[in-house]
Write a protein that binds this ligand. Structure first.
Ligand code: FMN
Length: 665
């Protein structure tokens, strides 16, 4: 089977024309084809999928910040925007503390403001309706989360499945939510039956062990979803399409949903009135986070699931999962999907589609799939932010204004903080020069891209360098900034972004030739076969992985109770999985002494344990490189210290510092 939704009438073409500057470029003819979901006409085949942002108020209402965030992406060209998951029942079905809600008429006004704005900007907007089930923020509300049947998972113990009456009430909540969404002006309704939320658990044979009308056979497990689709279909206007997002597979879950059954569910959903099928996945254990896979996972990691579903339905299929523009074009060309959703790529650059339509591919700020966005949102309950785009959630506040007075700006250090500051300042009209002591720009980004699974850092570095070049920022590389050179340059503004210096330890043997810093190793310094890495933070773990890849025997010595402390949730699990079998990991252990061919450590189980070591790699942190600050204060009128130079932190902090200073000088 497979759908045929190619542009077939003049009105579609007409709609496409109305979106300013969104002409199809020869390299993306399929992406820029208009299409339809039900009666809803879309100007292109790119979807902004649902992504939580926590920008709502505490009671779940829309804020101006949220409208600005979505609007920026509507202006940026996506054909269809889907809201973050909106709670149909609160608090039982609510996930984030500031998640949007639609469980009361009072939310209609705010949601209407959102749809009106998006329509003015020329895009369509659908709402994603969700019940969070097991993942509801139950601890916050002191509530027992709900599930189809008793289960122990995600630290929650459910002793009783939902009763039939409770299921009926949930179906009614979805329908009421859809009716309110129609009143609020949404163009489409997506029922969230994917990931690890309530409806996905009904569909999954692992989670749904019921033996009544809502469990057992595929049809019965699908019943709640089918009822929701049918009843919403009956209660909202025909011009509003209703569809579902569902898992193509429960990756990593023995006894979970498999693609064969998912295809059957997709067919049932279509028969119930689903106007499209949006295919994501459930992700557990080793696959944790696979439905928003981090760097190192293959691009288009879920595309084959969409392709399989497309074989059995006639309605449009939406594929998602690390799809970039080129891959999206290819998947459409190969008819593996009808639309492609680009999530994090839209967080990183809201203008991704507009830039593609203008042939400005090199100007697209690349998402590096570091998952700071989703980890900080879901684990720490923070508002959405992004490592590479400091403007996320600050669209209005950070709009670029020309400088009132053009200044001569000197940036010392061409790493991410320095380049971002230079670019932002130059965009505002300042005259900017960068001094970089290494032969090339990039700073720590160059080393950060070296360990396995980290190559996606490189496109970020390439992007920043290309922007520096395009803006005509002068770069003096291979030149260490000195007091004399800065004095001679005589800047109005000095931005110190000289990074950080690695910390050492006070230990017998620390000055030996066999002791090196992690950054030396990542820069290419040879080590012996037996390597002990002291420090099991992110840098230590990644350097260990880098060495393991070269066939070295690696021991990680970490004084804390676990390694990879402070590493984002979705990054940490795969990192630990990869390291656990390959490296010897000594936690709760301190290095006492370094010898010529060994180190001596004291651990929780053994004192004075000797470990053979040809090379000892120090990865014990870094300190700010602010040597130039005091000496330049006397003669530079305005000085800013940013990035690791201010305090060693993550890429997100470097870019945020650089952008903020570039905007304020
Ligand atoms: C910050 C963040 C929040 C998300 N929130 C939701 C959500 O509310 N509902 C949903 O169905 N998926 C959610 N997702 C998953 C995305 O819709 C998408 O499937 C995923 O990011 C993979 O697409 P990408 O590789 O293009 O980012 C979220 C993802 C991210 C990164």
């Amino acid at each position: 089977m497979g759908s045929s939704i190619s542009p077939n009438n003049a009105s579609l073409e007409c709609m496409a024309e109305r979106r300013t500057n969104l002409k199809s470029k020869p390299e993306f003819p399929h992406l820029f084809q208009p299409c339809k979901i039900g009666q809803m006409i879309l100007t292109n085949r790119v979807v902004l999928p649902a992504m939580g942002n926590n920008y709502g108020t505490e009671d779940g209402s829309v804020t101006d910040r949220q409208i600005d965030y979505y609007n920026e992406r509507a202006i940026g060209g996506a054909g269809l925007l889907i809201t973050e998951m909106v709670s149909i029942d609160s608090p039982t079905g609510q996930r984030g503390s500031h998640q949007l809600r639609i469980n009361d008429d009072k939310y209609i006004a705010g949601l209407s403001r959102l749809t009106q704005q998006i329509h003015q900007s020329g895009a369509k907007m659908a709402i994603q309706l969700c019940h969070a089930g097991l993942l509801a923020a139950s601890d916050k509300f002191a509530l027992q989360p709900v599930a189809p049947s008793p289960v122990e998972y995600f630290g929650h113990k459910i002793t009783q499945g939902l009763t039939i009456n409770e299921i009926e009430a949930i179906i009614r909540h979805f329908v009421k939510g859809a009716q309110r969404a129609e009143k609020a002006g949404f163009d489409g309704i997506e029922v969230h039956a994917a990931h690890s939320y309530l409806l996905a658990h009904f569909l999954s044979p692992y989670f749904n062990r019921r033996r009544d009308d809502f469990g057992g056979s595929t049809e019965k497990r699908s019943r709640i979803l089918l009822e929701i689709i049918r009843r919403i279909r009956q209660s909202v206007g025909q011009n509003i399409p209703v569809w579902c997002r569902m898992n193509g597979t429960d990756f990593g879950l023995d006894g979970g949903l498999q693609i064969g059954e998912a295809k059957e569910i997709a067919r049932l959903a279509e028969a119930a009135g689903s106007a499209a099928i949006h295919v994501s996945c459930g992700a557990y254990g080793m696959y944790f986070g696979y439905n928003r896979a981090q760097m190192g996972q293959p691009p288009g990691n879920l595309a084959e699931l969409a392709a399989e579903i497309k074989k059995v339905v006639n309605v449009p299929v939406i594929a998602v999962g690390r799809i970039n523009l080129q891959l999206g074009e290819q998947l459409l060309r190969e008819r593996k999907t009808d639309l492609v959703a680009i999530g994090r790529g839209h967080i990183a650059d809201p203008q991704i589609i507009k830039k593609a339509s203008e042939g400005r591919i090199a100007d697209i700020r690349p998402c590096i799939s570091c998952n700071v966005c989703v980890d900080d949102l879901t684990v720490l309950d923070l508002t959405l932010h992004c490592s590479v785009n400091a403007c996320v959630g600050k669209e209005r506040e950070y709009s670029l204004n020309p400088a009132l007075k053009i200044k001569k700006v000197l940036v010392v250090g061409g790493g991410p903080a320095g380049m971002e500051a230079a670019i932002t300042a130059a965009l505002r009209g300042h005259e900017v020069t960068i001094y970089e002591q290494q032969p090339t720009l990039g700073g720590k980004l160059i080393l950060a891209a070296k360990p396995p699974h980290k190559d996606e850092i490189k496109p970020l570095n390439d992007y920043l360098i290309s922007q520096v070049n395009q803006l005509g920022i002068k770069v003096k590389s291979g030149k260490k900034a000195t007091l004399a050179s800065i004095k001679k340059f005589s800047p109005d503004v000095l931005i110190l972004a000289a990074g950080a210096l690695p910390l050492s330890l006070k230990l017998p043997g620390i000055d030996g030739d066999n002791v090196v810093f992690a950054e030396d190793v990542l820069s290419g310094r040879e080590t012996g076969h037996n390597v002990v890495v002291i420090g099991g933070g992110l840098v230590g773990c990644e350097t260990a992985e880098f060495l393991l890849q070269q066939g070295k025997k690696v021991t990680i010595v970490e004084m804390l109770a676990e390694i990879a402390n402070g590493v984002g949730h979705s990054f940490k699990t795969p990192l630990l999985n990869r390291l656990t079998d390959k490296a010897a990991i000594l936690t709760g252990t301190q290095c006492k002494e370094i010898g010529k061919n060994s180190v001596v450590v004291n651990g929780k189980f053994a004192q004075d344990q000797m470990i053979p070591a040809d090379t000892i790699v120090l990865a014990v942190g870094a300190k700010s490189n602010i040597g130039l600050l005091i000496s330049t204060q006397a003669f530079v009128p305005e000085i800013h210290v940013i990035g690791d130079c201010l305090e060693p932190r993550r890429i997100i902090n470097a870019i945020a510092d650089g952008h903020r200073v570039g905007l304020t000088i």
